[in-house]
Design a protein. Structure first.
Length: 475
């Protein structure tokens, strides 16, 4: 979420789902008296069916709270605008636009909107509560991210924005503070408060008005040229993020007037100037994304993501899944060029038919989603959570069957809920539907592929999708 409209959730908040905890008395003042203006109201406070338990952040245009939905029994992030002074109508209109923009999106790396309404004169918006930290908190100017890790993360953000652009939504405030890294290491794009619907009849940002965070804004946005702002404006902002992630600083810095002058007139220095030895492909990608003219940038977020793919093949697993002296775990789909590679900081791999949405806990879905379209009998053999592969305390790996139909390890059925050790070369058969081979030899990964992939297995077309980690092709 933005530093301007709101701040992102903090990782040190009380864990979700604490509805049974003993609560102090509810505030006596009506919600409209304490929520629609800056400040920290006495909490907890009830707003209709929501109990506001903690303020997660506050900006110039509103505040975000961790709230409990008493009707659905879940923790959410609840956003309220500040409606005071002469700008109240404009803020209300932007607030409504944010909800409408985000509501049309459904992507694993975009924070979903749950509800929009008004209670006792207080407009509110509820979203998934994403436990984690904003990317901005993870960036260290003295320790830039490895190029391959940054490329893998930015690629996922690019594909999320491609989804938004295909539905006519332009973010216009893309920056590290608006990308949450959840507790499984996945990026989640937040805060569409400045988003613009490409088909909107009324542009709420007026010509010449500067809205956004200047360091991440493209020249056309700095100039307030509303008509020139489009999907390629987001491409520029994501290019700034990749630049900062890989060399420790944005391409331009200084006070507002200096920034405006540099963004509109000065060519950006290559990021390798600030980080000698950086992969030259990062220079090429960043400088193309940061072109002054939109037409000289990547033609789409999909094109941006595709250019990053070759860099992601270098991504290595962290210590949690690739300890010193051992090979890195890969699950190869037998008889196909495809494989699954876990994400950074991932210590558990789950496989099953249930898909996970942003903000849902790890047990609500799977890292690898498996289904067999057109074959209900085979699809029914795959359990919602079929199996897990876990990192052990001693540095090895183990597989645990959670299913009804069963899992085979090297031809023998696993005992349900009992861990079995894994070694390189082991073969796992999932419900008689999918055959996997465990690799621990540090085999070079291939190219990451987006979305679902179809793999032939025993005469059937099996669909695989990674909600965490990557599906790779070894071709």
């Amino acid at each position: 979420m933005s530093d301007d409209p709101t701040l992102p959730p903090r990782s040190d908040t009380v864990p979700a789902g604490d509805s049974d905890a003993t609560q102090p008395p509810t505030a006596v003042l009506p919600p409209s008296a304490v929520l629609l203006r800056p400040g920290t109201p006495p909490l907890p406070l009830h707003l209709g069916r929501y109990r506001l338990d903690a303020q997660l952040g506050q900006g110039g245009m509103g505040a975000v709270y961790r709230a409990f939905d008493n009707q659905l029994g879940r923790t959410v992030a609840l956003k309220v605008p500040f409606l005071s002074g002469p700008s109240a109508d404009a803020i209300r209109a932007r607030f409504l636009r944010e909800a409408q923009s985000a509501a049309v999106l459904s992507h694993p790396n975009v924070c979903p909107v749950h509800d929009l309404g008004e209670i006792d004169g207080v407009p509110y918006l509820t979203m998934a509560f994403v436990q984690g930290q904003p990317l901005s908190k993870k960036l260290d100017p003295k320790r830039p991210m490895p190029a391959d890790e940054a490329a893998a993360l930015v690629r996922k953000v690019a594909l999320a924005l491609e989804h938004a652009h295909a539905r006519g939504v332009i973010h216009r405030d893309l920056k590290p503070a608006n990308v949450m890294i959840d507790d499984r290491g996945e990026p989640v794009v937040m805060d569409f408060g400045l988003a613009r619907r490409a088909d909107a009849a009324l542009a709420l940002t007026q010509e010449g008005e500067l809205m956004g965070t200047p360091a991440y804004m493209p020249p056309e946005q700095v100039a307030g040229d509303v008509q020139a702002m489009g999907p390629l404006s987001d491409v520029y902002s994501l290019g700034v993020m990749l630049y900062e992630m890989t060399c420790g600083r944005p391409p331009f810095s200084g006070d507002l007037l200096s920034l405006v002058s540099q963004i509109t007139s000065d060519p950006p220095p290559p990021p390798s100037r600030f980080r000698p030895g950086l992969d030259p492909r990062i220079d090429t990608i960043c400088l193309k994304a940061l072109a002054k003219r939109p037409a000289d940038r990547f033609a789409s977020m999909a094109a941006f993501a595709k250019e990053l793919e070759p860099l992601t093949v270098l991504t290595v697993l962290p210590v949690s899944l690739a300890p010193s002296g051992e090979g890195r775990l890969t699950l190869r789909v037998i008889g196909t060029p495809f494989a699954y590679r876990p994400a950074p900081m991932q210590t558990v791999i789950s496989l099953g038919r249930q898909k996970r949405r942003p903000g849902e806990p790890p047990e609500a879905g799977n890292d690898v989603v498996l289904r067999v379209p057109g074959n209900d009998a085979l699809s029914g053999r795959i359990s919602r959570r079929h199996l897990e592969i876990r990192r052990t305390a001693t540095g090895g790996h183990e597989v645990i069957d959670r299913s009804k139909a069963g899992t085979l390890l090297n031809g023998r059925p696993l005992t349900r809920d009992v861990a079995a050790p894994l070694s390189g070369g082991d073969r796992i058969v999932v419900a008689g539907v999918l055959a996997l081979e465990v690799e621990l030899e540090g085999r070079p990964a291939g190219r990451a592929v987006a979305g679902e992939v179809a793999v032939p297995q025993a005469g059937n077309r099996v669909m695989l999708e990674a909600s965490l980690g990557d599906l790779m092709t070894m071709e």
